[in-house]
Write a protein that binds this ligand. Structure first.
Ligand code: FAD
Ligand code: UDP
Length: 370
């Protein structure tokens, strides 16, 4: 069969690799960008792997997915431990004994728990209905006001009372002194960058990659020339927005080179107040323990932005309105028997990398009835 994969991000790359590896299938991968790897693209500058589309830390508890990626990259032992800067005061993340000590001066888990319980009282007996209520229910008002509210409202461009609770459920709360942001069994960053990893996935005699190529410039031709299309772009754009636009959140990245070896002492610092216009600054060399030019560093400021047609759609906004609209697009998608919709945009899901890989492997199994 002749497959066309639209998008060389993680979903497209895994699907292409696994399909090409099945004997005589031929796979053409197109991407409208000038590079492969989608949002996990990294570019080397001054010997530093720069995460061009924001910080990407690989973490998973899925052993199959972890084993799968080991074929294409060696991972370092990076553990994400972001710091929050609230009006000049630094707090450890995720919410753990270090944070509680910095916030309230408490030293033991018992003292912390007593404080958290006192703070959560206002939600007693109530079912959290939105992100604000969920956050107060989880951790209380002080932490909500200083570490969640400003950051979240900047990130999503709307009040926490209008956001779904699930967004905040991702963040761990711990009564131990442990700044590891993730609870997963496996974590790390591919040594030498994500781009190399994706290039290795796509390096197969049955795969052809064409960059700077937009599917919509030749949609009809592609349908004629290929047996099957794997589409990882925006699902509403595929259908020409005929049921209406899904909402996305966009980002603007400002990358600067600094003539200093170590700018902020950590890979990720979140700015959790409402006034600072960016949400976080990342210092790329710390993802690889300071590797690269010892007198220079590269930082990126991440500014959240509204999405309008033509902007990069980084995040699906999975609130009720959008999920219902997506369900209607998914019905249309089912009727397209020549097309598989995949990835963060094709399935309109706030997927992490490991979930994207899992979904792509599942799509391959379904395609080949395994
Ligand atoms: P994408 O990477 O978006 O790939 C889609 C590709 O399709 C793009 O290259 C695009 O150019 C191409 N395309 C779209 N339309 C067309 C068209 N019409 N014609 C041709 N090509 C087209 N996950 C984690 O696990 N850990 C993290 O730390 C993490 N951090 C993140 C930080 C940020 C700021 C963001 C935005 C996401 C983060 N993620 C993280 C999620 C991760 O980026 C995604 O799960 C993953 O990259 C999605 O892969 P994908 O293939 O679905 O999509
Ligand atoms: N969040 C927050 N304060 C922080 C970091 C995260 O309130 O300092 C909230 C915010 O709503 C964000 C969500 O937690 O959207 C998930 O954060 P995560 O770091 O997992 O988001 P991502 O890396 O996917 O942008």
């Amino acid at each position: 069969m002749n497959y066309l994969v639209v998008g060389s991000g993680l979903f497209g790359a895994v699907f292409a690799r696994e399909t090409a590896a099945k004997g005589s299938n031929k796979v053409t991968v197109i991407d409208k960008r000038s590079h492969v790897a989608g949002n996990i693209y990294t570019k080397e500058i001054d010997g530093i792997q720069v995460h061009e589309y924001g910080a990407h830390i690989f973490h998973t508890s899925n052993k199959k997915v972890w084993d799968y990626v080991q074929q294409f990259a060696k991972f370092n032992r990076y553990t994400n431990s972001p710091i929050a800067n609230y009006k000049g005061q630094m707090y450890n993340l995720p919410f753990n004994m270090n944070t509680f000590n910095e916030m309230w001066g408490v030293r033991t888990p018992q003292e912390a728990l007593a404080k958290i319980n006192e703070q959560r009282q206002e939600m007693a007996g109530k079912e959290p209905k939105n992100l604000e209520e969920q956050a107060i229910f989880l951790i209380g008002r002080d932490i909500y006001e200083k570490l969640i509210k400003g950051y979240t409202e900047k990130q999503w461009g709307r009040p926490c009372t209008e956001l779904p609770a699930f967004i905040i459920k991702r963040l761990p709360v711990r009564l131990i002194y442990d700044n590891n942001y993730f609870n997963d069994d496996y974590q790390g960053i591919p040594i030498g960058g994500y781009t190399k990893m994706v290039e290795k996935m796509l390096d197969h005699p049955n795969i052809t990659v064409k960059l700077n190529t937009d599917f919509f410039d030749n949609k009809k031709e592609y349908f004629k020339n290929y047996d099957k299309v794997i589409y990882t772009g925006m699902i509403d754009e595929f259908f020409d927005y005929k049921l209406g636009e899904l909402e996305y959140r966009s980002l603007r990245f400002e990358t600067e080179e600094k003539n200093v070896g170590n700018y902020q002492g950590n890979a990720v610092i979140n700015y959790t107040d409402a006034e600072t216009p960016y949400t976080r600054i990342i210092e790329h060399k710390h993802f690889e323990f300071g590797k690269g030019d010892k007198d220079k560093t590269i930082i990126t400021l991440e500014y959240p932005a509204d999405w309008h047609r033509g902007d990069e759609p980084y995040y699906p906004v999975n609130n009720d309105r959008n999920n219902q609209l997506y369900a209607k697009y998914a019905e249309l998608a089912k009727k397209q028997d020549k097309v598989i919709f995949g990835g963060r945009l094709g399935q309109y899901k706030y997927y992490n990398m490991d979930q994207v890989i899992e979904a792509a492997l599942k799509a391959v199994r379904e395609e080949f009835s395994e």
